[in-house]
Design a protein around this ligand. Sequence first.
Ligand code: ADP
Length: 487
Amino acid sequence: MKRKILYISSEAYPLIKTGGLADVAGSLPTALHNNDQDVCLLLPAYQTILDKLSEKKVVAETSHYGQEIRILETTLPGSSIKTWLVDCTQMFDRPGNPYLADDGISWPDNAERFALFAQTAVDIALNRCGLSWQPDVVHCNDWQSALVPALLKTFPKGPATVFTIHNMAYQGIFSSQTFFDLGLPAGLWGMYGLEFHDQFSFIKGGLVYSDRINTVSPTYAKEIQQAEFGYGLDPLLNHRSQQLSGIINGIDTDVWNPETDKLLVQNYSRDSLRGKLENKLVLQKQLNLPVKKGIPIIAMISRLVEQKGLQSILDAMPELMQLPLQIVILGSGEKHYEEALLDWANQFPDKLSLTIGYNEVLAHQIEAAADMYLMPSTFEPCGLNQLYSLCYGTLPLARNVGGLADTVIDTNDLTLADNSANGFIVSQNTAESLLSTLKQALETYQNQKLWKQLQHNAMSPDRSWQSSALQYIDLYEKAIQDNSHRF
Ligand code: ADP
């Protein structure tokens, strides 16, 4: 059935991206549209986005918190998805990161910025802005849009709501005073509402009030119901377990496909992997590493934060630097990790190439050039880089958590026999475990026939959005049904 879906996100590729959420918000709407759904995307009009737009058409106006707000209409580049931008100069028209000021600390007015974003979303969701479009489902993502389901439930009739958790570690926690300063409906306060240990929690808006909750992999959906991964919200998630599910992310195969990727020196496919070697030799030269085809490259493209297993990598460094390999890291994040890695890269320039920063072109080139991908995350809601790696025949070394557990199949006799093996599992969050898995992978790499089989296995499955988009459409129907019971 054709439904109208308002998809709300704080980032979407290619307009603005800080992490995996942008990749999802930039590609799931198109997959839904291709399955006959009427989808509109809603984003804040950050300066970065405004700078990219050639024309800015104002289609509606509203105001909240004493601020004038314009709704701009555009199309998500590379798609036909209608995109509305919440344009409020004071809140969003500033340089830099959507969430962080230059010093790496959250913008001090984040609560107000994303409350204003949510209030405007509610105007649209209730068709009160004159846009003549009434969604059946409002799909919110992460804390930045989590107030929307809460606010919508304060109206007698409203669209169904779905809330997707992309990362439980980011919850949008502010002081209780902030809740009252924002003039939010008093009925939303309290431990069964937006209060969390005397503080104000944005993410609880999605977790308590949405009709359906999902997260981005089936394993992470189970993990967040446990104390270890639930950040104190596990009892609430247990309570809502009947409405909680996991849907693995797909990938945008127009952007991530070694057969067509225009950023590569040479395209290749699972049946013709010769081009992959060409990419490797060019990258080694470009990064000033010794140009040697027989030495495996192990890559990492990531935010440099604890979640991504940086500590176990740094602990393993003394031994890693003695192994026959080259490590290529592209990323940015916490300064102490950047500096520690830089120290190692300066000491071992022939072994470790470190590029600090964010570089999409290089990310594609590294995925194509590398032999293995390092992802020893302590937790991983879905993870996209292991999916890109699998498609590029770059075998992941990954922890068995979250979406990694759902997509990376360890190499052993059983999985080799049924052709499902596609990588190597790091079983513990320790340097020893990482090194032992890496040594197994290096040994396997010596058997090039076996390695090719693993690459073939990794590159074979369809990892596009199609199957997950159908699961979302099913979830929307369930949310509509649950919402209808309210009336
Ligand atoms: P997370 O959302 O936790 O950061 P994901 O694996 O889900 O992790 O998604 C990260 C996305 O950001 C991927 O598309 C990855 O390629 C990209 N990315 C991360 N760091 C960089 C970087 N320094 N340069 C280019 N792309 C990056």
